[in-house]
Design a binder for this molecule. Structure first.
Ligand code: ADP
Ligand code: MG
Length: 625
């Protein structure tokens, strides 16, 4: 080639972005069991590049080479100790090279790095899911060389080189064909990756479903097929699992899969998987969506954000619809009515699939809910269109389940007594805390089942949902709670209505702005007092508000708070007498009564005043004050 005779310009040296250096440092210096995944990552990048080219060739008339056969080629040289992976895909311009192989932009990547560094999850096989798969090649490389030329006709070729130790070089490279070739000079210990049988085996395990031929030693190694477009009955479980591992870059088995075809209102072929593990739950950052959008087996976009409702970001797989225009862009995706429709149909089908699992295989569903329940809850809050169906998928412990056992809201409703008109819930940090608190008393006394909202988000979910099967959902600490049946019979004698009214007035004066109202309770059996809140303003929300309002000691705003006192409690009787005989002491008791009620509600933010007061009370009880 005459080009070879021409002197190539000197290479420019660039430093990697700090995060990449950090990542490379981990990748190079640690021992990993899944080194082989670098093959999968480079092949998948090649396939992405081919998809992008195919798409570009369809929508851009100025692209040449439209009829080329698209493929990934692997060349091994045992003697030289190299493996080269080439594609005739979209290629990269100089800017794209520095941008794509020198910086990390994605948010999830930082969390991934953090985890890797902590060593808690030293599992590099996840790397592809965090948008940094390319760098896995440095697990086995002394040096990585990337030669690339963009598909745009005026583009020239570039050579990128790095030993992964902090910097890379870029130089012009003459005579390159369109696409990208990545050559890895293997470390001595990793010479096996230049062996044909080894690479063949890896491809068959991890990259069998790549949408383009993978050529090795002159022949095609993979089964190129769009599995989602095949008939369900003809695909084996093994093929599905293999495909899952491929699309999700996972190496476990999926928890469940949904493969369906629809003709109306849109022609859809979808194949979705739920992974067993929920990475968000084990401390990785927020996941990116994982469902790719295809049109007649041509990739339109890899995992676009707008394709499915946000809560469905844990799903992995493919949606193919021949009704979509190929030239749709990320920007127009959100406003596209067809995409909206597609999203609704798929989300609806997916929810139905989960509902069926819940009914037919409750144990399996329980496992799913345990790991992925947060997404269902998020959906109830955010996805108005599917809220009612998602609400049926919620599961809660209640006052009548065993610890750890859960029921659906539908089960709850079906167990309601004839007189009960509403669904009740109590939120608290644990079952034990709720059962020991004052809120459950009224329900226990009337034998009414009450839902336990044990996670912070549950409170929001239930408040947001507001009703289920036309039954209002009511928080047990709402001030206007009116329960069916008789008031519970407390142990002691009741304070007269007048006396109780006067005592309430006195308490309000003593407690001032700390409470909005003090009233006689109809719900308490043995506790002397309970804190309740404005209807619809549950204590979790109050806590959040209080946290935002740290200036005034972080205590919940008193205006929204009610203190309810139990007219049968001996302590309340005694307090009523004390305020005549020993008013200063009675005031101290009153303040403490409120603090105790706030503690039970989880609303006492600043205990300092209380400790001092408790010491006074103790001194009094001990007869030294
Ligand atoms: P991801 O594939 O998740 O984006 P990678 O670290 O694997 O993350 O790759 C980073 C980027 O480098 C890709 O998004 C792509 O833009 C570019 N890239 C990598 N390999 C190729 C290739 N063979 N052809 C074209 N671009 C590539
Ligand atoms: Mg990649």
């Amino acid at each position: 080639m005459s080009d070879k005779a021409v002197q190539e310009p000197a290479a420019e040296t660039h430093s990697f972005q700090a995060e990449i250096k950090q990542l490379l440092n981990i990748v190079i210096h640690s021992l990993y069991t899944h080194k082989e995944i670098f093959v999968r990552e480079l092949i998948s990048n090649g396939a992405d590049a081919l998809e992008k080219f195919r798409h570009e060739a369809l929508v851009n008339p100025d692209i040449s080479g439209k009829d080329d056969e698209l493929a990934i080629r692997i060349d091994l040289d045992e003697e030289a100790g190299t493996i080269a992976i080439s594609d005739n895909g979209i290629g990269m311009t100089r800017e794209e090279l520095t941008e794509n192989l020198g910086t990390i932009a994605r948010s999830g990547t930082k969390a991934f790095l953090q985890k890797l560094q902590e060593g808690a999850q030293r599992d590099l096989s996840l790397i592809g899911q965090f948008g940094v798969g390319f760098y896995s090649s440095f697990m086995v490389a002394k040096k990585v060389t990337v030669e690339t030329r963009s598909c745009h006709s005026d583009s020239q070729g570039w050579r990128w080189e790095s030993d992964g130790l902090g910097s890379y070089t870029i130089a012009e490279a003459a005579g390159l064909a369109r696409g990208t070739r990545i050559v890895i000079d293997l470390k001595e210990d990793d010479a096996e990756y230049a062996k044909d049988y080894r690479i063949r085996d890896i491809i068959q395990r991890f990259s069998n479903f790549v949408n383009f031929p993978i050529l090795l030693g002159g022949g095609k190694v993979n089964t190129v097929q769009a599995i989602w477009a095949r008939n369900r009955n003809e695909v084996t479980d093994e093929e599905y699992t293999e495909f899952y591992k491929f699309v999700a870059a996972a190496h476990d088995e999926p928890h469940t899969r949904l493969h369906f075809t629809a003709d109306a209102p849109l022609a859809i072929n979808a194949l979705l998987f739920v992974p067993k593990e929920n990475l968000e739950r084990i401390g990785f950052g927020r996941m990116k969506p994982g469902v790719d959008l295809y049109c007649r087996k041509v990739l339109i976009m890899k995992a676009p954000e707008e394709l499915l409702p946000e809560w469905l970001r844990f799903a992995k797989g493919v949606i193919d619809s021949e009704d979509l225009p190929l030239n749709i862009s990320r920007e127009t995706l959100q406003d596209n009515r067809l995409v909206q429709k597609l999203s609704n149909v798929v989300a609806g089908r997916f929810i139905r699939h989960l509902a069926e699992e819940a009914e037919k295989e409750p144990e399996r569903y329980r496992a799913f809910y345990k790991s992925h329940g947060q997404y269902i809850k998020e959906g109830v809050i955010q996805d108005f269109r599917h809220r009612d169906d998602l609400a049926k998928l919620l599961r809660f412990e209640t006052s009548k389940t065993k610890s750890g056992e859960t029921v659906s809201l539908a089960d709850y409703v079906s167990r309601m007594g004839a007189e009960q008109k509403e669904i009740y819930f109590i939120n608290g940090p644990s079952r034990e805390a709720i059962e020991a608190g004052p809120y459950v008393e009224a329900f226990r006394a009337r034998d009414i089942e009450v839902v336990f909202a044990l996670e912070q988000i549950d409170d929001f979910v239930l408040t947001n949902l507001a009703e289920f099967q036309e039954k209002k959902i009511v928080s047990s600490d709402s001030g206007d709670l009116s329960l069916p049946g008789d008031d519970p019979k407390g142990e002691g004698e009741e304070l007269s209505a007048d006396a109780a009214g006067e005592l309430c007035g006195w308490l309000k004066t003593v407690l001032g702005d700390r409470v909005g109202e003090v009233k006689v309770s109809r719900r308490l059996v043995s506790s002397p007092a309970v804190a309740t809140t404005e209807a619809g303003m549950t204590s979790t929300m109050q806590r959040m508000l209080a946290a935002m309002n740290r200036e005034n000691g972080g205590e919940a705003s008193g205006a929204m708070l009610k203190l309810e006192i139990n007219p049968r409690s001996p302590l309340v009787h005694r307090l009523d007498a004390l305020r005549a005989s020993e008013e200063e002491f009675a005031k101290t008791v009153a303040e403490q009564l409120l603090d105790n009620a706030l503690i039970a509600a989880g609303m006492l933010a600043d205990p300092r005043n209380m400790v001092e007061r408790m010491n006074k009370l103790l001194a009094k009880a001990a007869g030294v004050a």
